[in-house]
Design a protein around this ligand. Structure first.
Ligand SMILES: Cc1ncc(COP(=O)(O)O)c(C=O)c1O
Length: 388
């Protein structure tokens, strides 16, 4: 390969730019001074707290491959307790946790049923194809949420026995659905039809604590209705790195083996697990604040762009703005916001804002006038640089 670059689109464009007080065409973007960029790209961008940094520096460690890292083991035991599952595997990312689950539950050439816009069936679609050789049976849900009737139809056996669904995947909260929360009664109904069809249920609970805080349903109750659940310590809970996969003992044994096979044994990972333990204890306590900030943000965004933001549906920490619906170009709006020191993301063609520990209520109040000014400028310049 010697120095040759591989074909393909390359890494995503870097969005973190130093804030400017002028738009690209010289129009003022906002009147007040921004102290620094406000990073709403994801809830993964939080920096470790001083307590986390101390715990990481002092962590007792072993070797995770051999299963003797005491801090990893403590974290795994705590996660098993919190979810009420027999065991837990601690891994680097939510993607790795999910791919291990898919690999353990589903056979190559078989199907995994999932909501059309689920992370596993979109961002990770080729990962699942490469690592597990599966295909997706997609079902479109309202704001990402499936009903028991939809699941029953999806799991109806193929009369020719060719298309076999090995696993049902449920995402809660549903990211592209706008951080929507699956009510526990709906999950129970889904679980019932899956059991009748003999299909295990796996939950992508990357943000299950957000779902729990928003709905008042304990994480353990959600976990009781699925065979295995993954959650991320590195999202709303605020750890720098790490996700966990929780399930019954035989599943966990197979998941642990798969983790090693795909190169996921991470030796003195207790350094990270030490921060993960703090995230698990402290993180859930402040998620309601993120949710309140997201609601306030959505209201402010909606005022300047009615028709782009559905403020009434904000349940957790995710806000989408469909700027195309009001005649603007998503990437143009993203660029203008970034230039003004408000970092956002584009997901599923919409501008996405996520609140998290490092975004305060005051930051939200600073974002709203920037947004208004950005939209005014984009409109003034003709609907946003169409065709560029
Ligand atoms: C719903 C959901 N599942 C899984 C993941 C993957 O997590 P990670 O980025 O840790 O691989 C993400 C990432 O944003 C997500 O939003």
């Amino acid at each position: 390969m010697g120095g040759q670059s591989l074909p393909g689109p390359g890494p995503p464009p870097r969005t973190a730019r130093s804030p400017r007080s002028k738009g690209p065409r010289g129009a003022p973007l906002y009147s007040g001074r921004m102290a620094g960029p406000i990073d709403l790209r994801s809830d993964t961008v939080t920096k470790p707290t001083p307590a986390m940094r101390r715990a990481m520096a002092e962590a007792e460690v072993g070797d995770d491959w051999y299963g003797d890292d005491p801090t990893v083991n403590r974290l795994e035991e705590r996660c098993a307790e919190v979810t009420g599952k027999e065991g837990t595997v601690y891994v680097a990312t939510g993607t790795m946790a999910k791919q291990i689950a898919v690999h353990v539950f589903a056979r190559p050439g078989h199907f995994v049923a999932a909501e059309t816009t689920a992370h596993v069936a979109t961002t990770e679609v080729s990962t699942s194809a490469i690592l597990s050789g599966i295909a997706f049976h997609r079902v479109a849900g309202e704001r990402g949420l499936l009903t028991a009737d939809q699941v029953a139809a999806a799991l109806e056996p193929d009369p020719y026995g060719v298309q076999v669904v090995d696993l049902l995947e449920i995402e809660n909260t549903h990211q592209v659905g706008g951080g929507s929360v699956l009510p526990i009664d709906d999950l129970r109904a889904i679980r019932k039809v899956a059991q009748e069809a003999g299909v295990p249920v796996y939950m992508d609970g990357a943000r299950i604590f957000n779902a729990s805080i928003a709905s008042g349903t304990p994480v353990e109750d959600y976990a009781a209705e699925v065979d295995a659940v993954m959650f991320c310590l590195s999202k709303g809970l605020g750890a720098p790195i790490g996700s966990v996969l929780c399930g019954p003992a035989d599943f966990v044994a197979e998941a642990r083996r798969t983790k090693i096979l795909i190169g996921g044994a991470w030796r003195q990972a207790g350094i990270m697990a030490a921060a993960g333990l703090i995230a698990l204890d402290e993180g859930p306590k402040r998620l309601a604040e993120d949710h309140a900030n997201a609601r306030r943000l959505a209201e402010g965004l909606a005022e300047a762009a009615p028709g782009a933001v559905d403020a009434g549906h904000i349940e957790t920490n995710i806000v989408f703005a469909d700027v195309a619906a009001v005649g603007l170009q998503p990437f143009d709006v993203l660029q203008r916001l970034n230039d003004a020191g408000v970092l956002v993301n584009i997901v599923a063609g919409k501008v996405r804002f996520l609140t998290h520990r490092d975004v305060a209520a005051g930051d939200v109040e600073r974002v709203i006038p920037v947004w208004r000014q950005v939209l005014d400028n984009a409109r003034m310049e003709g609907g946003g640089r169409e065709g560029t």
